[in-house]
Design a protein around this ligand. Structure first.
Ligand SMILES: *[C@@H]1O[C@H](CO)[C@@H](O)[C@H](O)[C@H]1NC(C)=O
Ligand SMILES: *[C@@H]1O[C@H](CO)[C@@H](O)[C@H](O)[C@H]1NC(C)=O
Ligand SMILES: CC(=O)N[C@H]1CO[C@H](CO)[C@@H](O)[C@@H]1O
Length: 395
């Protein structure tokens, strides 16, 4: 076993065979930041949401999957492609999500009562926020705890240790309703240990998690005290997610997860995964701003996403002109998925200013050299520093 591991680590270091090295070279277990007092929770809640109904045949093969991706990427897909029915249905169901709450061991007066409630994006689970690979360079949770903030982070429905539901049912509306409930429970001090009821709750998101956080404050502008939206951009005033968002799925080269690896056998064919480490890098990293071992770690912890989740992303309302708290909108300079590979011009379009025109403090920041998955690129801690600087100013 030890020899096997050593070989795998060597393979990772020599870059000779990145995909084979994944499964053994990195501990997959979830890690508690040592500078935090951390507790894991299973949150089981009944929620009601207005849901879209999948209108296509379920995928039988990857040919069906790529045809779906092709249709989404069509320039006229918004009018020509109908993956969901025109009617929605209201559903009440109980779901279970797995979460971690950490408060800083070394508490700074005031800050410990600000809880950063973090929602990861598609392709990952909550380990996006708490890398066990070089945490000093990549773990947002470690960094935020070090600066005195409390952090609540969870696996979105369908990934990691949260409940598995069909990839043709799991979608944005359910997850936003769950996020809203998590905010209410954290607000009530349910999962916050000794700190009790927090003074402030700040939503922190990455990508799909940012879309969800934005959709939640669109619906409930008074629910939280601030938002930090990472891996998101506001490119277009009439189409806030941007016309590019439809073809961005092409970069995933998404394939049916259960046909890739038996570790995904509990997922139905509605769950899609990066085709390989190269498509993962295509969407989330930008050379020369990353190193191989970090990409291999990211690939080892990658999680499939639901086809309907991606579709529902395009149905989120992303502006919140009546939100009065501070808002940070930030992405990597070379984010391909949200900015078409160049974020400076996107961020100077003036669209975010309109989307959050009631914000007390709107901070727009483009992180130099990074791709979409900023947390696993070089200088992630510089990026985290910008976030906590923004928080320090406002809380
Ligand atoms: C679903 O719920 C929404 C919000 O409560 C309501 O406005 C709508 O009429 C409901 N739709 C159906 C079909 O019951
Ligand atoms: C914004 O999106 C609309 C609708 O997709 C498109 O017609 C328009 O050209 C886009 N504007 C910019 C500046 O890209
Ligand atoms: C601004 C900054 O911190 N840049 C650093 C980003 O990471 C690379 C690689 O570690 C360094 O060389 C830069 O100095």
């Amino acid at each position: 076993m030890a020899a096997f591991l050593a070989v795998a680590i060597l393979a990772a270091i020599s870059h000779s065979n990145p995909t084979n090295a994944n499964s053994v070279s990195f501990a997959a277990e979830y890690r508690h930041p040592p500078n935090g007092v951390c507790v894991d929770y299973t949150v089981k809640q009944e929620i009601t949401s207005t849901n879209y109904i999948w209108a296509l045949e379920k995928f039988k093969s990857n040919f069906d999957t790529i045809d779906f991706i092709t249709d989404i990427a069509r320039k006229d897909s918004k009018t020509a492609f109908h993956p969901v029915r025109s009617n929605t249905k209201n559903e009440t169901k109980t779901y279970e999500v797995s979460a971690t709450f950490c408060s800083p061991k070394k508490a700074t007066a005031g800050k410990v009562n600000t809880v950063l409630l973090a929602t990861h994006g598609l392709g990952y689970d909550r380990r996006y926020w708490a890398s066990s690979w070089k945490p000093e360079d990549y773990s947002f949770a470690d960094f935020a705890l070090d600066k005195g903030y409390s952090v609540f982070f969870y696996d979105r429905l369908g990934v990691g240790k949260s409940e598995t539901v069909s990839g043709y049912e799991n979608q944005g509306s359910i997850q936003v309703a769950l996020l809203e409930r998590l905010v209410e429970l954290v607000r009530a001090g349910r999962y916050t240990g000794a700190i009790g009821k927090p003074k402030n709750i700040v939503l922190v998101g990455h990508s799909f998690g940012s879309f969800m956080s934005a959709a939640l404050i669109n619906d409930q502008p008074k629910l939280v005290d601030g938002v930090v939206l990472t891996g998101i951009a506001y490119p277009n005033a009439t189409d806030l997610a941007g016309p590019d968002s439809a073809w961005s799925l092409e970069t995933f080269a998404a394939r049916i997860a259960r046909f890739q690896d038996k570790k995904w056998s509990k997922l139905d064919t509605g769950y899609l995964n990066f085709a390989d480490i190269y498509s993962h890098v295509n969407g989330f990293f930008k050379a020369p701003n990353y190193d191989m071992p970090t990409v291999e770690y990211a690939q080892a912890i990658a999680q499939p996403f639901a086809a309907l989740e991606f579709v529902s992303l395009q149905l989120f309302k992303l502006d919140s002109p009546t939100f009065r708290g501070p808002v940070m909108v930030t992405a990597g300079e070379n984010d391909l998925l949200l900015c078409g590979g160049e974020c400076k011009s996107t961020f100077s379009s003036g669209v975010a200013e309109q989307a959050f025109k009631g914000a007390k403090d709107l901070n727009l920041y483009v992180h130099p050299g990074a791709g979409h998955g900023v947390n696993f690129g070089f200088n992630a801690t510089v990026f985290y520093g910008k976030i906590t600087e923004f928080l320090d100013k406002n809380f």
